[in-house]
Ligand binder design. Structure first.
Ligand SMILES: [Fe+2]
Ligand SMILES: [Fe+2]
Length: 199
């Protein structure tokens, strides 16, 4: 049986490791994504609802954090990944959704068209953006809709982190259940199903 001393040491070590990783991720986001992070578009992203319970900004940060975390894990396996490409790709992947109501006539159209629009927005924010990064953004919806499959490991990372984060955004609805508004959630179930289908 573990002693409390051992347990507290272990938990402290885990906490410190997590905090250290969080700092490293924040530094990488700041270092490679500064232009995007300081943009008006990113501010606007926190005003626009996304995946029902979240905002484009919150979702974007979840995707960026998870993506960089996957990069670190792959690097430990000696798999080469470009952190700058992943950071820019993740931070810009959904910026084309901004102003959705004025741009797209249906959620289907939005889901199909926003990756290309995100590339256009990203080109304005990032100087000399490599084609590889454009591909990450343009193909991030895969395997949903008619999106082409990612053509780089960085593209696979952002696409996977996007799905994971989108499910987390939507599943936040199950937290609402615990706060006593379960009937609201039940009524919304069909809509949530539709959302998941579109991810
Ligand atoms: Fe998207
Ligand atoms: Fe997304």
């Amino acid at each position: 049986m573990r002693t409390p001393y051992y347990e507290s040491t272990m938990h402290r070590q885990i906490r410190e490791k997590r905090e250290d990783r969080k700092e490293r991720i924040k530094n990488d986001l700041q270092l490679y994504g500064e232009d995007v992070l300081n943009s008006e578009e990113m501010k606007e992203a926190f005003q626009q609802t996304h995946h029902r319970w979240s905002t484009v900004g919150e979702h974007t940060f979840r995707v960026a954090f998870s993506s960089v975390m996957i990069c670190y894990a792959l690097k430990k396996l000696n798999i080469k990944v470009s952190v700058p490409a992943v950071v820019i790709g993740a931070l810009c992947h959904d910026l084309g959704i901004l102003g959705r109501d004025g741009k797209y006539s249906s959620s289907k159209e939005m889901s199909r068209e926003h990756p290309k629009e995100s590339v256009t927005v990203a080109r304005d924010l990032v100087a000399d953006m490599p084609e590889k990064t454009e591909d990450i953004i343009e193909r991030h919806m895969w395997p949903a809709g008619q999106s082409k499959a990612p053509n780089s490991i960085e593209g696979v990372i952002v696409s996977a982190a996007d799905k994971y984060s989108a499910v987390k955004d939507v599943v936040k609805g199950s937290d609402v259940k615990k706060t006593g508004v379960k009937y609201y959630v039940r009524d919304e179930k069909e809509k949530i199903k539709d959302l998941i289908k579109d991810l």
